[in-house]
Ligand binder design. Sequence first.
Ligand code: SF4
Length: 426
Amino acid sequence: MDDQTLPIEGPQAGPLTRRRTIGVNVGGVLVGGDAPVVVQSMTNTDTADIDATVAQVAALSKAGSEIVRITVDRDEAAAAVPRVRERLERLGLDVPLVGDFHYIGHKLLADHPACAEALAKYRINPGNVGFKDKKDRQFGAIVETAIRYDKPVRIGVNWGSLDQELLTRLMDINNDLPQPKSARAVTREAIIQSALMSAELAEEIGLARERIILSAKVSNVQDLITVYRDLSRRTNRCLHLGLTEAGMGSKGIVASSAAMGILLQEGIGDTIRVSLTPEPGGDRTREVQVAQELLQTMGFRQFLPIVAACPGCGRTTSTTFQELAEKIQSDIRENMPVWREKYPGVEALNVAVMGCIVNGPGESKHADIGISLPGTGESPAAPIFIDGKKAATLRGPNIAADFQLMVSDYIENRFGAGRDKTPSVG
Ligand code: SF4
């Protein structure tokens, strides 16, 4: 090899500089500006069912959702909102609630002032706020309510309910062009124009730009990326990201992560929601977990300790390491609400649980604390690495339990009240 110099001046790893937007205060949670990307979610309960709604908002909030949106679709739901707010406060939960309004939001907000007051933000969909001459009037009524109660709004365009008058007008203009664009490109332009024109109208009515968040959701990954890239070039308003109708299970997680991951990497997006369809009876908090893991995996925020585990292969035919990795991860998730208070900084912890000697010691050395379990045919010993150095070797039938204790001790020593200032190498 002729040239043995190291290309250490090569490209840096990391996202592009975050695009600077105008920050919006949503019930005490700053979105945009200098704030980290905020995680939010939405309930799927009937808001009029106060018990169920309080329980689900509480679960989402405890899982880490920093803002929770609830449906406000009729009088009973609007009447329930202040009671939901009160009940949450009695539980010590101050998570901001956002009201999701369609068709009759102007009327519900006017008829239920306590609802207008209890909500921290109103979501308006310009595609279904009203039709023909009522559209601007009803949109204006919601904006005036927001001004009166000093609340921000999200102007949330969704291509499933896109303003058809605007779309038809743009399609007609396109058809007269010498080289018309595709219908899909015109639809994307209509989504963006709907969001921008609605925001301009809200500002003309008197709502400050610091009170406006925009979203432009579509269900196709490539369209979402294109729409948000374009939107972010055309406005400095705060942006809420989300792939609408992402779907169930791995399909929804992959599609949302692919779309939002690319945009976040480009510095686009101030708050995210992962719109997962839960399995029947499934856990609604999964969407919060996915949003947090997306942000943490990409290095934007830290929410809870990460467990690195190898996928396993023919070199480790026992399930011990899978069970241990799963147990450690679930213990962490369960204990996090307490640990967050008791062990400041614990969310930065990295734990490795590896299946054999091939990558086990190497990966464990990169972690704060790691274990390399014995693979098939290896001697029944599990070296433990702490802060990059071999600290102990576990043997016998209680390797898993012993390692869990060592993880607990590590957390206490490093993050507890009487923490060591030196790394706790054994
Ligand atoms: S660390 Fe060992 S068991 Fe795990 S995937 Fe690699 S070779 Fe297989």
